[in-house]
Ligand binder design. Structure first.
Ligand SMILES: C[S@@+](CC[C@H](N)C(=O)[O-])C[C@H]1O[C@@H](n2cnc3c(N)ncnc32)[C@H](O)[C@@H]1O
Length: 335
């Protein structure tokens, strides 16, 4: 037997696509609605090949994503259910789709990075967001991934941030609005502007209509390296810093400082490395993924504090959620 850590590392290559198939083909939907079920009943209900469904479920059971009862039926454990239920705010389907469809091709670049270095290897490649937004479908997939990755935890982050007294949120790189919507739902006084690349506009508009946010949510198209940011008393940046090297982050944070009204606050929302950079697993993995997807990396709380204080923010504070994304807050002095 291989040590369990090595076994999971090797066979994880198969587990992620299996999870993806189970999400996409409604295996979790059926188990959640009608389970526990034998694999043959799941196969019948989704109109799929019974032998293949059984093998998929056995992999998921071995990895403890589903459980197999004594009579051979399968069910979804309660701690997994919120993440695989399609209508749940914590649904991981869009993010898993993004990883399965995009990561393997990009991970092949690592071999080239190892020998030539990232800068030389990427020289002839399109910029990261030109690649994500290369056509309608990939833009939609990226937006779905951002929503699934961020909406659930944003409800917690908005509560942790404490929005009382704030009037105008500017969500820089706010995508299709996962944090803006969570914040608007929690704070009736608040208005939100999402500042993002023009390709994102129609997706934010769809969110605005679907969530009935009328004039409370608006979009400003722009490039944060070339344009000024709209002014607000709450400037949010979720998974933006992790896309860029320190120099660009500092440039963005200085722009955020200029856009923030005196007495306002900055919210950086990111995965965080432990102080010793020895975990957590998701941050270590996504730190590697950031290298192939973007030009950025994940950081420790101290590194974010250093960046935001260098940009002029004061009273830095780290507030942790129960999930993967946390808050690093800075304040702009009142005057
Ligand atoms: C990783 S996504 C994060 C989305 C969302 N804030 C979240 O936390 O899920 C980064 C966002 O930054 C936006 N972005 C990237 N480059 C940009 C630029 N130069 N100007 C404005 N927005 C940009 C992308 O379009 C995308 O919506």
């Amino acid at each position: 037997m291989l040590p369990i850590a090595l076994e999971r590392s090797i066979y994880g290559l198969i587990t992620t696509p299996v999870l993806h198939l189970a999400l996409e083909h409604g295996i979790f939907d059926r188990l959640l609605a009608d389970g526990p079920l034998p694999s043959s009943s799941v196969a019948e209900r989704i109109g799929a090949d019974a032998d293949t469904v059984e093998r998929l479920l056995l992999v998921l059971a071995a990895f403890e994503v589903v459980r197999r009862d004594a009579d051979g039926s399968f069910h979804v454990p309660v701690e997994i259910a919120p993440f695989v239920a399609r209508d749940s705010a914590s649904y991981v389907g869009g993010f898993v789709n993004h990883m399965v469809m995009d990561a393997p091709g990009r991970l092949e670049r690592l071999a080239e990075y190892l020998t030539r270095g990232k800068e030389a290897a990427d020289a002839a490649r399109p910029a990261p967001y030109d690649e994500f937004y290369r056509d309608e479908q990939s833009t939609q997939d990226f937006m779905d991934a951002m929503w699934d990755l961020s909406y659930g935890v944003s409800q917690e982050l908005a509560a942790l941030a404490g929005l009382d007294g704030h009037r105008r949120l500017v969500d820089v790189g706010g995508a299709n609005g996962p944090f803006a919507v969570a914040a608007l739902r929690q704070s009736p006084e608040l208005r939100a502007v999402v500042f993002d690349l023009a390709q994102v506009g129609p997706h934010l508009e769809r969110t605005r209509v679907e969530h009935g946010l009328a004039d409370r949510l608006s979009f400003v198209a722009g490039d944060f390296f070339h344009d000024d940011l709209p002014a607000g008393d709450l400037i949010a940046m979720g998974y933006v810093m992790s896309n860029w090297p320190d120099r660009e982050c500092l440039e963005l944070l200085r722009k955020a400082h200029a856009a923030c009204v005196p007495g306002g606050r900055l919210l950086i929302m990111e995965r965080l490395f432990d102080d010793g950079r020895d975990g957590p697993i998701a941050t270590a993995v996504m730190n590697l993924e950031m290298q192939v997807e973007t030009r950025g990396r994940h950081r420790t709380p101290a590194e974010y504090v250093e960046l935001l204080t260098s940009a002029g923010f004061v009273d830095p504070e780290v507030r942790r959620s129960t999930r993967d994304k946390h808050l690093v807050i800075g304040c702009k002095p009142s005057g």
